[in-house]
Design a protein around this ligand. Sequence first.
Ligand code: FAD
Ligand code: FES
Length: 274
Amino acid sequence: MNKWHNPYRPVRTQVLDSVVETPRIKTLRLRPEEPIVFEAGQFVELTLPGFGEAPFTPSSRPSTHDELFLTVMKVGKVTDAVHRLEKGDTVGLRGPLGKGYPIESFKGREVLVVGGGCGFAPLRSLMYALMERSEDFKKLIFRGGCRTPADMVYREELASWAEREDLDIKLTVDVGDPSWKGHVGTVTTLLDGAGLDSADGIAIVCGPPTMMKFVTAQLVKMGFADDNIYLSMERNMSCGIGKCGHCRLGIYYVCKDGPVFPYGKVKGFPDLWA
Ligand SMILES: Cc1cc2nc3c(=O)[nH]c(=O)nc-3n(C[C@H](O)[C@H](O)[C@H](O)COP(=O)(O)OP(=O)(O)OC[C@H]3O[C@@H](n4cnc5c(N)ncnc54)[C@H](O)[C@@H]3O)c2cc1C
Ligand code: FES
């Protein structure tokens, strides 16, 4: 970043197309006029003229620089407008912002990734980054849980991951349906007696706050060290660059100091799971 770089200036970005993942979740394929080179876990601010800005973690390959995917759940004003975007529309992107996962420090260790709900979106880019260099890790494990089969994003892609020899993947739903032949139960039930390396392994957790709270408690009970558990935190954001204070979490700004934090750094903050 040179000294004239303006962190508030969005890069003009074209919507190339979009995929409907579930009735409330859509993935956009975007082409920024200037490449946005991000690390897994970092986020961008998406600007929709006339509606506002909102933060999203790219769900695409960090090693692909000319296109970027965002997987967006419809929850309010901006995300509603995101779901109405069409091929050829122009939006703005600011970023990359925040700190991503310290993947280098995971070398030689077992890496367990646990995702819930729309938490699969940021984890897809992390999984791409990990799988591109899977020989660097002792073992790669993915455990994912959704409310129902209809809520599961990237279903076909997840099925193709199950074919990989370098990944141990298990998925579950809270409530099954006739199409679902897999495990039924919360994602914590997939962690029971799973033979994980809790002594030296890394665990990464991303999903709705309640899911993160219970998964983290279970990992601690299993023996994972607080600093070996990485959480991806979400807070309401405005500037995205540590100036406005909207995203405060204890002594940190989630936008600048996170959004990825070792649990040991944020443990005990009263609003941690808000
Ligand atoms: C670092 C980061 C990465 C994110 N990545 C993704 C992603 O990949 N995909 C995705 O779908 N969403 C992601 N989010 C959440 C997304 O930013 C919010 O859903 C979005 O800002 C809501 O905007 P809105 O105008 O549509 O909703 P609003 O009209 O502002 O609010 C609708 C509801 O959502 C709540 N809300 C708003 N913003 C947030 C927030 N940041 N966290 C929790 N609750 C919020 C409000 O309190 C309200 O209840 C991320 C958030 C952060 C901070
Ligand atoms: S969003 Fe402004 S300080 Fe984090």
